[in-house]
Design a protein around this ligand. Sequence first.
Ligand SMILES: CC(C)(COP(=O)(O)OP(=O)(O)OC[C@H]1O[C@@H](n2cnc3c(N)ncnc32)[C@H](O)[C@@H]1OP(=O)(O)O)[C@@H](O)C(=O)NCCC(=O)NCCS
Length: 181
Amino acid sequence: MFKHAKDSQVSITELMLPAHSNFSGKIHGGHILNLMDQIAFACASKHSRHYCVTASVNKVDFLNPIEVGELVTLKASVNYTGRTSMVIGLRVESQNIQTGEIKHCNSSYFTMVAKDENGKNVKVPGLILDSKQSIRRFARSIARQEQTRTRSTRFNSSEFKMEEHLDLIKTQNATIELFES
Ligand SMILES: CC(C)(COP(=O)(O)OP(=O)(O)OC[C@H]1O[C@@H](n2cnc3c(N)ncnc32)[C@H](O)[C@@H]1OP(=O)(O)O)[C@@H](O)C(=O)NCCC(=O)NCCS
């Protein structure tokens, strides 16, 4: 079974309240992460028609601070479908109510896995790729998964070659004081 991404797209807009601000009057990153997780869940559950769990997040860069009193809009869309997993692309923007200025706050990719009523991973409908943009997003998700695989094996403790990294580390804000070889 295959489905269009547009049928599970989700968008929410929320007013940023003082209760969610930090000591300098900006909104806590954790509050935005919470909203992102909720909307990724809504989108993945809508596509799969199952409750979903968050398997991973790749990755969250806070590009601009969000102020108390701004409207934050989060948009979510399924970018990729595997067997039981889906990659949900998220975009977060904030808007100043008085000036109307819109800031891009972050874009991120949540991998969600669908679960059945017994908590077992369950197959999800595939995506109908109906535009160049949807093919680009699907292909980019595959490329990102390949990059993650390469990165994670290189730094496996059994495969890690410390000597290859020492010169680079010496240029960083750290000092090496090894007690064991
Ligand atoms: C994530 C989880 C569902 C993986 O399930 P699993 O049975 O251990 O692992 P599997 O290898 O069968 O993976 C299932 C799918 O998830 C994907 N997956 C697993 N771990 C992943 C990760 N870290 N990043 C991206 N995708 C991942 C796999 O690629 C696979 O996708 P596919 O079916 O589309 O091919 C499972 O570890 C889990 O339930 N974790 C807890 C999730 C949770 O509670 N999140 C909220 C935290 S508070």
